[in-house]
Each structure stands twice: as structure tokens, then as C-alpha cells.
Design a protein around this ligand. Structure first.
Ligand code: WQD
Length: 329
């Protein structure tokens, strides 16, 4: 298929492009490089520098004619979305509507959308399945849920089929070392742990040790980005061949605590990784993990790299190529 990947120069996007090329699809990346990086582009993919906020950029891209697109061009920092909702409204919501309208105009009938476990809010039960009520607790999560609703309307009215993929905690890097771009100013646990291991930060702050979990720290479901990428390929092929839309959770189904993650990182990196327990971070749920049974059944998803050791070792391998953030050795 001819596939347009919006946000294809980013952390998850670059892994998706690699997987799409590997599956034999023809790929064009559309990215404004605000967080994506030229170094993440693959020689086998075309590149369009464009911004989803500008409908003319999006129209011009879709006018090239695509069978499907993968939409990952979004802001994703939960805290920032509560401080600057405007940024999330314009980029995540308006940008997606630009994409959907252009897809409709130019006959692109299949959309894979990067959604999030953030649509659920604090869980009423775990593991979280697709029937779990949605109740986002951040503006970021709200934008993802709202977009899922737009997708359902555009399916009904315009016949655009979609796969909404609700990622849990994405982590890791391609195990073959082909993707080496580090996220700028990372906000998530594993990159922060890696920055401490690399000596770029003095210590890790562990948010809360009084949760009702096995060691008092929060439980999360970390899923390897290459496994996520494979799900995009399977989902695109599924919706295109069946003419059926789909909403699925993507998690490893394994809950890991923050302390377990840090201890595994110490073992794998051989570094001390100083850590201090501090108060809870507002908005953190005690335990969040998925059941991905539906993804396994429908899109034949079979995560292979989402064990803690592979997540950490593949990330550490990339950090070791840098002497400072953004500075390669
Ligand atoms: C993981 C755990 C922290 C940093 C976020 C979004 C979610 C989804 C995935 C995109 C938590 C703890 C973290 C630190 C810590 N994103 N932690 N010290 O919040 O589970 O999920 O990313 O869709 O929507 O909310 O991820 O990596 O920030 O935190 O103790 O310096 O690590 O409290 O328990 P989170 P995270």
C-alpha cells in the first residue's frame, strides 16, 4: 500500500516507518520536525516537510494519493496539556480534522490513529479492556478521546475506516540499533532513568511509595515501541482488507513498578542510578495495565520485545551513543 505517516520522524513514528517499509509498503513521511528529527528518517521513505496545523500543507500531501495513513503528529505531554490547552486544541484537534478532511477529499480510506491509555483516566478495574469506561483526566487524554469520536463520525459519513490504537507506556528502541534519535526534553520514566544512568541528571525522583502495590510505587504497562509499530502495520492491513474499523488497547499486559524498573536499569547498565522517593505526582493512578486480548485476536498482535530487560537494554544501547543530550560521541 501507499502509506503517509504523519509524525513519521518522531520516536514512535520512526519505528512505524521502519515496520511499514519492512512489510513492503511504500512510505512517505510528513513531519514539521518540531519534535521529530531528520536523523530518524529512513532512506527508503519519501519526506514532506509540512505542518498538520496548516490545511494547505496537509491537502498538498494527501493530493499525492495514498491508500492509508498513520497519524502520530501530536503533542503528548500530560502536564503541559493542562497548562497550555490551546496548543493541544490547535495541534491535536484542528490538525487531525485537517488530516481527516484531506483524507476524505483525496480518497484515502484508511487511517491508523495513535490514541492513548490516557482516554481511560483512573481505572475502575485492571486489567483495562476496551469496554472500560473512558474518563480522561487530562486535556491531552481528552483530545485523544475526542479524535476517536471524530473518527467514528467520518467512518459513518465518509466511509473512512480507522484503527484507534490505545498505547499504554511506550518504551525501548529498535533492537537492531537503526533508530538512535533521542527525544528532546523527555518526560517519561525510562528516558529519565537513562539520563541519570548517563550522568546527565543527578538523581531520579520516584513519585510516591505509599501506593497500594507490591512495593508501594506505581504499576505501569510498558510496551516496546517496535511491538507498537508492528501493531500499526497489522491494523492498517486489517482495516483495509476487511473494510472494518477497530479500537484496541496495546499493552504488554505485564504490570511493572517504578522501583522494579529502576532496579532492572541498575543491573543492566551497571550504574548506581541514584533515586530519591518524593511525594506523589498529581494525577498518577496507582496501577494501570491492559489486557490486549482483542489486539491479539483481531490484528494478530504478538508483542516480542516488551520484557523489561529488552526495554531497558535497547534504550541504554542508544543512550551510550551520546555524551550529552543531543551530542553524539
Ligand atoms: C511512569 C511512572 C510515574 C517520572 C504517560 C501518559 C500516558 C501515556 C504514557 C501517551 C509513573 C513514575 C515518572 C519520574 C517517576 N502517554 N515516574 N519519576 O504517566 O504512566 O503515562 O505516558 O499517551 O497518557 O500519562 O508515564 O513515564 O510519566 O510515568 O517516579 O521522574 O513513573 O509516577 O508511575 P505515565 P510516565
Amino acid at each position: 500500500m501507499k502509506v503517509l505517516v504523519l509524525g513519521g520522524a518522531g520516536y514512535i513514528g520512526s519505528h512505524v516507518v521502519k515496520a511499514m517499509l519492512g512489510a513492503g509498503h511504500s512510505v512517505t513521511v510528513f513531519d514539521n520536525l518540531s519534535s521529530g528529527q531528520l536523523g530518524n528518517l529512513f532512506p527508503g521513505a519519501d519526506f514532506i516537510a509540512g505542518d498538520i496545523r496548516h490545511s494547505s500543507d496537509v491537502e498538498a500531501a494527501f493530493a499525492r494519493g495514498f491508500d492509508g495513513c498513520v497519524h502520530l503528529a501530536a503533542y503528548k505531554a500530560v502536564g503541559e496539556s493542562m497548562a497550555q490547552p490551546e496548543k493541544y486544541s490547535v495541534n491535536n484537534i484542528t490538525g487531525t480534522l485537517n488530516m481527516l478532511n484531506a483524507a476524505g477529499t483525496h480518497g484515502c480510506k484508511n487511517v491508523v490513529f495513535s490514541s492513548s491509555a490516557a482516554v481511560f483516566g483512573s481505572p475502575q478495574y485492571v486489567p483495562i479492556d476496551e469496554k472500560h469506561p473512558t474518563n480522561p483526566e487530562s486535556y491531552y487524554g481528552f483530545t485523544k478521546l475526542e479524535i476517536e469520536r471524530f473518527l467514528a463520525w467520518y467512518d459513518q459519513i465518509k466511509g473512512i475506516k480507522y484503527a484507534a490504537l490505545r498505547y499504554f507506556n511506550a518504551a525501548g528502541y529498535s533492537v537492531d540499533g537503526s533508530i538512535t534519535g533521542l527525544e528532546r526534553n523527555p518526560q517519561n520514566l525510562l528516558p529519565i532513568v537513562m539520563e541519570v544512568a548517563s550522568g546527565w541528571r543527578k538523581e531520579l525522583q520516584i513519585f510516591g511509595r505509599d501506593y497500594n502495590t507490591r512495593d508501594g510505587t506505581c504499576v505501569r504497562d510498558y510496551v516496546h515501541v517496535s511491538d507498537l509499530a508492528e501493531a500499526h502495520v497489522n491494523a492498517l492491513e486489517y482495516i483495509a482488507s476487511r473494510g472494518e474499523s477497530l479500537t484496541v488497547n496495546l499493552g504488554s499486559e505485564t504490570g511493572v513498578t517504578v522501583t522494579e524498573m529502576v532496579e532492572a536499569a541498575r543491573r543492566i547498565t551497571g550504574k548506581d542510578i541514584p533515586a530519591a522517593y518524593v511525594g506523589r505526582r498529581s494525577g498518577d493512578a496507582s496501577a494501570l495495565f491492559a489486557t490486549s486480548e482483542l489486539a491479539r485476536k483481531t490484528i494478530r498482535w504478538n508483542p516480542k520485545h516488551s520484557d523489561v530487560d529488552t526495554l531497558i537494554a535497547s534504550t541504554w544501547a542508544v543512550y551510550q551513543k551520546y555524551s550529552a543530550p543531543g551530542v553524539k560521541k
